[in-house]
Ligand binder design. Structure first.
Ligand code: MTE
Ligand code: MO
Length: 210
């Protein structure tokens, strides 16, 4: 077989590689801005916005580190067209966070926040997808600083800009709002299987007015 294979299988209609993507050897580093320095005593993970109980939920680094750990195998698709297939991500499933800090009934979307104000929006259903995970590890090793240490989000079925590195929290929202790249020309939904790369491809209903 000449084609790279993903270790996870999504369904008969899917090939391993979304349209227009190619596999790149190694693991490129892609992000906007500088790599933040991790300050363990100041780090906090916050769930806020429209929570069920109206309170903010916070974990310091020690508290976050003892949340139940699990692993998923998932691909990473960058909109600049490289994909990395079959990585094993270890960390805390997004569903665990949602169980511990449930959203209010009217929540439809989340904004995931990272250091320096980087953000990515997605539907609550995308955020709570089965394999979505706040990752601390890749292939059994701690993430490096440039790949998002101490924590990054992986949402396997969306383009990788929807997975902030250096993530610090989640805002529950009762309406959609654009994140950092979604305000800057990238598609509000970002499904690589539909090649939803740029905002000019959006159809009515795909996202808030630009
Ligand atoms: N905080 C932050 N996270 C980010 C980005 C960014 O600019 N800032 N870029 C995203 C993009 S476009 C991609 S492709 C992936 C790249 O992850 P990698 O550098 O580990 O390959 O990180 C995503 N997470
Ligand atoms: Mo990207």
């Amino acid at each position: 077989m000449g084609q790279p294979e993903s270790r996870d299988y999504r369904g008969p209609e899917d090939s391993a590689l979304p349209p227009g993507q190619r596999v790149q050897r190694g693991w490129p580093v892609t992000h906007y801005g500088p790599v933040p320095k991790f300050k363990p005593d100041r780090w906090e993970f916050r769930v806020f916005g429209a929570t069920a109980d109206g309170d903010k939920h916070c974990w310091n680094h020690a508290e976050f580190s003892v949340l139940p750990f699990s692993t998923v195998v998932a691909d990473l698709h960058c909109v600049t067209k490289f994909s990395m297939l079959g990585a094993e991500w270890g960390g805390v499933p997004t569903r665990t966070i949602v169980d511990l800090a449930p959203p209010a009934p009217g929540v439809t979307h989340v904004m995931v926040w990272a250091e320096y104000g980087f953000s990515a929006n997605m539907r609550l259903s995308d955020f709570t997808a089965e394999r979505a995970i706040f990752a601390t590890h890749k292939d059994g090793e701690l993430l490096t600083a440039e790949h998002g240490f101490p924590l990054r989000l992986i949402v396997p079925h969306l383009y990788a800009w929807k997975g902030p590195k250096w993530v610090r929290g989640v805002e529950y929202m009762t309406a959609d709002r654009r994140g950092f790249w979604e305000e800057r020309g990238y598609h509000n939904l970002g499904d690589p299987w539909r090649e939803q790369r740029y905002s000019y491809q959006e159809e009515p209903g795909d996202g808030p007015e630009l």
